[in-house]
Every structure is written in structure tokens, then in C-alpha cells.
Design a protein around this ligand. Structure first.
Ligand SMILES: Cc1cc2nc3c(=O)[nH]c(=O)nc-3n(C[C@H](O)[C@H](O)[C@H](O)COP(=O)(O)OP(=O)(O)OC[C@H]3O[C@@H](n4cnc5c(N)ncnc54)[C@H](O)[C@@H]3O)c2cc1C
Length: 388
């Protein structure tokens, strides 16, 4: 009987364990997890609703050092179909895929019910700190030593503090002489200068541009929230994914993206002719109108700049604690297109431990589960397949 050890009971690890035990005879699948329970991060996804995937899966929504390896993996996987196979009914809300229940907890229930039904063994509070290749793989934890014919690295990342914050996950890779790219937060809030504390809690819709010098690196139409440290909201999180380390950026806010500059000029001039006491009242959220009024700007061109090209210096990103994903991790130069580590036959990596991150909108869970599916296909190819 072949022994397979999966390191990490996150979304990718648990899903792979189900696929393996459901489809392949005579294997023993053990999942080693450092936490006291499985799927802690999954429960927090999509604000507890679990945004599983996106109708528009496209490689443009991902970042990696080898997108050519990622592309077939994300496209060869249908989330609604595969979730239905294990008993999870899903529905699109516009382009975002959620469980019908809109509860991440029901995804956890389905995953764990299936894993238990097929006899996956879960061992908790087992923190892996080293893996060695001998005749078989030896996996060392804080409690024990395990041996396996196949070992799967599914240790995720430190984002959100729900999958452990210890550097062990990267140390394991480094001890195996594998290339690890430094981890840094993505899909995360920004610190700004100034931090507009007086606007704290104000939520606006508009178009937001990430500027490097004068160049617009990326723009997002959506929602932004002012906070006491800077800015948050989906549009801000998305822009954070495009930021390179050690680079100066500015955020440019277009509060009136429904009007071009000429239309806004005409509207401002019309409004000025009407002679309102408080020019910005009725145009914007009250806190914003008070903020702009204090600036005492009356020149039309300068008012257009304020309303359509309002700039804040980005002084940095918030930390991994509030990030949804981390960039960096195991370089894809170390794996083949089946996600097997080239230097270590029968050792695979999947999910967020790999240097792959996606935008908000279900792209990260899509990669976690589609990469698990790819690893399952690779192992199935090597082992006996059940006659159904
Ligand atoms: C707040 C929040 C909301 C999110 N919302 C969404 C969303 O709506 N849609 C979406 O697509 N993505 C979302 N994401 C991202 C998504 O959850 C992750 O990309 C995905 O869960 C990664 O799955 P994974 O299996 O690779 O790793 P994880 O889910 O991080 O699991 C890794 C597991 O490995 C364990 N582990 C780590 N190191 C060791 C070790 N040394 N020994 C033993 N065990 C170890 C961890 O404890 C953990 O259980 C969100 C993330 C956060 C933080």
C-alpha cells in the first residue's frame, strides 16, 4: 500500500485528500496539520461566504514567475462541476461563484464529510519542520517522524494569520535546496500620506489609479473606504496586487468617473453660477464636502484636479495579518507542469505555498483547488485506478 502525506489541511490539502481516497484503491492518505482543526482560512473567505471561483477565469488575473505552468491548470478545472461531484451546490452571483448556502462553513462540512467518508486520516497539532529524501520521504514534525512514498506540500501562506505565521513553511523548502521567493502581502490595505483621518468610514465609488511617477500602472473602478491609516476596499486591495517592492506609488482618485473633464467643467461652472453657499454639499459625502470646502479652492481647473485627480502618496502596504494572500513562495521553476518538484520525484506542491497569487474574486481558491486537481491527476496516472 502506497503512503501519501499531505502537509497542510487547508483548502488544497483537504480537497486533494478526498480526490485521492475517492478514486484510487490501496493507498493510505494522511494529512498533517499544525492547527487544532482543518480549513481555518477557508472559513474566513468571502466574508464567511466563500467566493470559490469566477466566471471569467483568465491568466490576466494571476501573478507568478511561470504563468505558462499556471494557465492550463486554471483552465482544465470546472469549479461548479467538481464541487457538485463532492456534493456542494454552487451558484454564480454575477461573475462570482459561491456555495448556494452562502456559508463557508458548509464548504468545510462537505469537504470534511467526504474526507471522513473515504477514510482520510487527519493528524492535528503536527507542525512539520523538515522533509528528507531517503529510500522514502521522512517527514519530521514537533511530535513524530512519518514516512511516505508521496509527499505533498500544501502549507499555504501566512496571509490572514489563519494558517500559521511561522517561517517553517519556507524553511522546509530552503532545507530541500529549493528556490523560495520572498513573501510579501497582496490584496491588502494601503497606508497613505496624508492619512485622511477626518474621512474615516467614508465609502466612495469611483475609478482609482495606481501611479508610478506619471505612468498609470493599473486602474480599478469600484469602491474605496477611507480609514485612519489610509485606504481600504476592494479596489484598493486589487491595486495592491500590482505593486512591486521598493517602488514609490501614488493613488489617484477620480470621484466623478461618470463625467469626463469637459463635462465636469461645465457642471462646476453651472453650479458656480447658481451661487450655492456650500459648493460641495449635495455633490459628495458630507465629510468629503467639508474636507474639500476647507481647501478653499475656487479656480475651476484646480477643482477638476481635486475631484478627478485627487492624489495620495502610498507610503506602504498593511501587513500579512490583514492581507488575503501573499506573493512569493516556492518558485515555479522548481516544478514541472504536473506540479511535481523536479529535484524530488513524488514530491508535489500546490496552492498558495507556490509563487502564484490571484486578484480578489475567487481566483485564489480557484488556483488552490485546481492545482490540487492537477496533483491528483499526476498521482492517479502513477498508481492503480479504481474500476468504477
Ligand atoms: C480573510 C481572507 C479572505 C479570503 N477570501 C477569499 C475568497 O473569498 N476567495 C478566494 O478565492 N480566496 C480568498 N482568500 C485566499 C484563499 O483563502 C487562499 O488563497 C487559499 O485558502 C489557499 O489555500 P491553501 O490550501 O494553499 O492554503 P491554506 O488554506 O492557507 O492552508 C494551508 C494549511 O497548511 C497548514 N500548515 C502550514 N505550515 C504547516 C506546517 N509546517 N506543518 C503543518 N501544517 C502547516 C496551515 O495551518 C493551513 O491549515 C482569502 C484569504 C483570507 C486570509
Amino acid at each position: 500500500m502506497k503512503r501519501i502525506i499531505i502537509v497542510g489541511a487547508g483548502a488544497s490539502g483537504v480537497y486533494l485528500s478526498i480526490l485521492l481516497k475517492k478514486n484510487i484503491n490501496d493507498i493510505c492518505v494522511t494529512v498533517l496539520e499544525q492547527n487544532q482543526t482543518s480549513l481555518k482560512k477557508l472559513l474566513a473567505t468571502g466574508n464567511g461566504r466563500c467566493n470559490l471561483s469566477n466566471k471569467n477565469i483568465s491568466i490576466q488575473s494571476y501573478f507568478s514567475d511561470r504563468l505558462d505552468i499556471v494557465e492550463p491548470i486554471i483552465h482544465d478545472f470546472s469549479m461548479p462541476l467538481q464541487m457538485n461531484e463532492i456534493g456542494l451546490y454552487t451558484l454564480y452571483h454575477n461573475h462570482l461563484l459561491y456555495p448556494k448556502s452562502e456559508q463557508a462553513s458548509s464548504v468545510k462540512d462537505v469537504f470534511m464529510n467526504e474526507a471522513k467518508r473515504y477514510g482520510v486520516q487527519f493528524l492535528y497539532e503536527q507542525q512539520v519542520y523538515q522533509i528528507e529524501k531517503k529510500d522514502t520521504y521522512h517527514i519530521y514534525t514537533n511530535q513524530d517522524i512519518f514516512q511516505a512514498d508521496f509527499v505533498i506540500l500544501a502549507m499555504g501562506s501566512e496571509a490572514g494569520k489563519l494558517s500559521g505565521i511561522y517561517p517553517q513553511r519556507y524553511d522546509i523548502l530552503k532545507k530541500l535546496q529549493l528556490k523560495v521567493l520572498p513573501s510579501r502581502p497582496s490584496l491588502v490595505q494601503m497606508n497613505t500620506k496624508p492619512a485622511l483621518k477626518e474621512l474615516k468610514g467614508v465609502r466612495i465609488k469611483g475609478t482609482f489609479r495606481l501611479l508610478k511617477g506619471k505612468e498609470c500602472v493599473h486602474q480599478e473602478k469600484g469602491e474605496l473606504l477611507f480609514t485612519d491609516y489610509g485606504v481600504s476596499g476592494i479596489a484598493v486591495m486589487q491595486l495592491s496586487a500590482y505593486m512591486e517592492p521598493d517602488t514609490q506609488y501614488k493613488l489617484s482618485i477620480d470621484f466623478f468617473d461618470e463625467l469626463d473633464e469637459k463635462q465636469l467643467r461645465e457642471y462646476i461652472e453651472l453650479r458656480q453660477r447658481k451661487g450655492y453657499n456650500h459648493f460641495y454639499d449635495g455633490l459628495l459625502n458630507h465629510k468629503l464636502s467639508v474636507y474639500f470646502e476647507k481647501k478653499n479652492v475656487h479656480d475651476v481647473q484646480k477643482m477638476i484636479m481635486l475631484l478627478k485627480r485627487f492624489e495620495l502618496e502610498i507610503t506602504g502596504l498593511r501587513s500579512y495579518e490583514t492581507a488575503q494572500v501573499m506573493k512569493g513562495g516556492l518558485s515555479l521553476e522548481e516544478v514541472n507542469d504536473l506540479l511535481e518538484i523536479k529535484k524530488y520525484p513524488h514530491m508535489y506542491a500546490m496552492g498558495e505555498i507556490l509563487n502564484v497569487d490571484g486578484l480578489c474574486g475567487g481566483y485564489n481558491l480557484h488556483f488552490a483547488l485546481s492545482s490540487a486537481y492537477r496533483v491528483f491527476q499526476a498521482i492517479e496516472r502513477e498508481l492503480y485506478v479504481k474500476n468504477k
